[in-house]
Design a protein around this ligand. Sequence first.
Ligand code: PZK
Length: 285
Amino acid sequence: MPEVHVGSGKVRELYALDDERLLLVASDRISTFDVVLPTEIPDKGRVLTGLSGFWFARTREICPNHLLALRPDGRSTECRRLEMLAIECVVRGYLSGSGWKDYRATGTVCGHELPDGLVESARLPEPIFTPATKATSGHDENITREQAAELVGPELFAEAERLSLALYSFAAEYALERGIIIADTKFEFGVDAEGRLTLGDEALTPDSSRVWPADEYEPGGAQPSFDKQFVRDYCETLGWDKTEPGPEIPSDLVAGTRARYVEAFEQLTGSPFAAYVADPAVVLA
Ligand code: PZK
């Protein structure tokens, strides 16, 4: 059965299995400051695939998703082919990144008027839906809810907003009980052959979310990243200009970063990572 390569992300590859199914393969590549580094983090692709599968299994009652099966390699997801929406569905529970930038400049994020006096990384009174365009090059751009509704139609927009907020609230509460803050996250939805709005892509992984250790949370400034902080700190010591090619990462920092990914996996799923490697289906049970 030939697998036809149909797309590349920064750290993932997409293959066609047949007319109805795709194979999403997560590599061990890591990006920082939007540059893919030459050094891989062993098992990163398996950790992210396992986490995504875990969340798909646990949110099936909130929202249908594209997951059909996890392959025995632990890094490949067989999924249902969807007609993807032209927007990124971002939910923010905390004020960080472009949300913080927009708030500082205008007091609003994607048309949501927020209270005065919020500090960087503040927890929001309630999570907000902040759609973005899919930029083909460079950075995704925040758009208003009205612009997003125009891009996908008002009915699909309303449903994507409702599902995104429900998914985020469920996952953020679950993660916080296990010591992990999901500050924000990006969902991608598509429409299946029966016309159902369906969650696709990867879901609620450290690559699609901002993830912070709850025990170090200190609003009023930027927060350390749960997974990438060692790599970022190291890159900052180099005086690297953050253009291609990125620097090699020393092996002790590779090991430390791998350990953070495995720690996040085990804290969230409650399964030993070794059990996942032996049989990826453990996260679906
Ligand atoms: C789809 N991408 C993003 C690009 C990647 C991922 N279930 C689906 N049906 C149709 N299309 C997609 C999906 C999913 N998921 C996802 N592009 C199309 C993307 C490149 C590499 F790994």
